[in-house]
Design a protein around this ligand. Sequence first.
Ligand SMILES: Nc1nc2c(ncn2[C@@H]2O[C@H](COP(=O)(O)OP(=O)(O)OP(=O)(O)O)[C@@H](O)[C@H]2O)c(=O)[nH]1
Length: 211
Amino acid sequence: MTNIGRIRTVVLGSSRVGKSAVTVRYLTKRYIGEYSSNTDLLYRHDVTFDSVLTEVEILDTCKYSTTCLYDHIRWADAFVIVYSVVDLSSFNEAQYLLDELSKHKLPSYFATLLLGNKRDLDHSRLVAVDAGQELSLRFGCQFYEVSAAENFAGVSLAFHSLLRETRAVQLLRGLPIRRKLGVNSVSKVLGTIFGKNSSKRDRKKRPSLSI
Ligand SMILES: Nc1nc2c(ncn2[C@@H]2O[C@H](COP(=O)(O)OP(=O)(O)OP(=O)(O)O)[C@@H](O)[C@H]2O)c(=O)[nH]1
């Protein structure tokens, strides 16, 4: 089995949306109703998916500021933005966070997952599924609605999907960057292929090349 390294993930969102609940659900398969933590918590665990072993670090944040967000952007490979489907202001906060993150996507790229939590409270829902989908389309991120309280499968699927995208990005980064060829470079390449000083007669024999 190949160990390809580490994926660092930051979980962000408004207060009480279930950031700890989804993180712990993913890591332990368990739902723990109440968490009393006033600090950010860093979890480490190894994940094997698609036969690849990866060390995953997940930072469960309890609060954030713009300064912290910049630190997170420097540190992270991936972000999970959580909102609660029964809390409209948390959805607006998610939108704000996605907007802030999008300003920093270049030159660094990080995968992002928008996670609508507490879908078990459908009777009190204030954020439609469509609204979440539209937001994710606008920012080009992944989107899932889950219930940390009700089941493990949805949360697990969402995290794995994010980790897969992150790993794909890391693999692509490892490849040599393809340089874009300008017109001059193209003619140089053609010159190298066909020889600069060949005669007109030779040139007639050359196969045509379309780019
Ligand atoms: N019904 C329901 N309640 C949930 C769900 N996930 C979390 N909760 C509850 O929501 C409350 C907040 O959950 P936390 O996981 O502590 O939320 P948090 O975003 O980490 O909170 P802070 O760190 O204080 O910002 C707790 O009472 C949880 O039991 C869910 O999927 N459904």
